[in-house]
Design a protein around this ligand. Sequence first.
Ligand SMILES: [Zn+2]
Length: 434
Amino acid sequence: MTTLSITGGRVLRPDATVTRADVLVDQDAGEILEIGSDLAGEGNETLDAEGSLVTPGFVNGHCHVAMSLLRGYADDKPLDAWLQEDIWPAEGELTAEDVRTGAELGLLEMIKSGTTAFADMYFDVPEIAAAVEEAGLRARLGHGIVTVAKDDEGARADAETSLEVAREYDGAADGRISTAFMPHSLTTVGTEYLEEFVPKARDAGVPIHYHANETEDEVAPIVEEEGVRPLAYAAERGMLEPEDFVAHGVHVDESEIQLLAEAGTSVIHCPASNMKLASGMAPVQRLRDAGVTVGLGTDGAASNNDLSMLDEARDAAMLGKLAAADAAAVPAEAVAEMMTAGSADAIGLESGRLEEGAPADLAVIDLEKAHLTPRHDLVSHLAYAAAAADVRHTVCDGRVLMRDREVLTLDEAAVRERAQAAAEALSARAGDDE
Ligand SMILES: [Zn+2]
């Protein structure tokens, strides 16, 4: 057995307490063997965590990682215009190689900001899976289906691709990759395709992930045409099961919150994207009070514009209070849970907790910084004050992905250089001067 010890740190436990302890990891099994004192000499390999907080690796519950290539490409527009005028035309020019390059850039950023697992909806998923395999993270991947503006043949082919990807890549990268069937949203995929393909996804045994109730413009057409709220419509199509998870859930009414709670379907809250696109404020405290599992996600870098879960944590706490008009809403402890175990539970991973037998997915945050002094409450620091650049080490599945800020699985300079070149070529093809 090969072991890794993370020594001298303060460890965030599942009950939100922080204790001084060493962590011993079985690298072969990718599991935490023991959390306790005096484990310093036990590991074949050691990571110094003196003066640091050891947290579960962050779980980004909703992302489009390859969109990192479109970071800053188009900003300051509402969702519909932003997608139709800028993002979709640019995405139409993306090659499979661009998707690989964008994914590597996003994964590099995730490792550097302590994220060890994520859920992702995009196209050219084999390229993203290859990047995940190389980078060493854990992921639930899926091909996003859009049927609007496609003929029947094109629409069915897109849905078939999503099913094929879900079947073929489940369990890839030594089990670090799992999959889901991913209709883009309830308004961008026609009812007939949901009715035909959702049962096939159930037969394949994969969860279903989609954008739901992100903007008011997404709610109104369903209410008008179907006479029910979007999540009732989703439930009628068999898309509201305990293993399913929806992104956003901004414009959900009380009946839909109850529906989610009763179904056991999780919501991934994406506060930065919701603020940037002025989509609205998700009722996060009300969802949590109703017993809904709420995770946290960045959405794509084009609507955020970074993939740091530490930024997302602060945004979630701030926006949650504003949405509830209550400073006690969405407290630091809730945010710490949402960015780790909450997201992991939502997307169906066992990560997100530091305890014996759990997956060895963790991040070590350097506390010896002016903005993290003094140390009254480290959970507060995690939610409100820590930043991506404070992450020292990142470990996933027992493997060290970053040691003392140096990423070991990707060549940082080369990834950035390729991404810059690919983005410039993309802009030129998409007819943009910038
Ligand atoms: Zn999204």
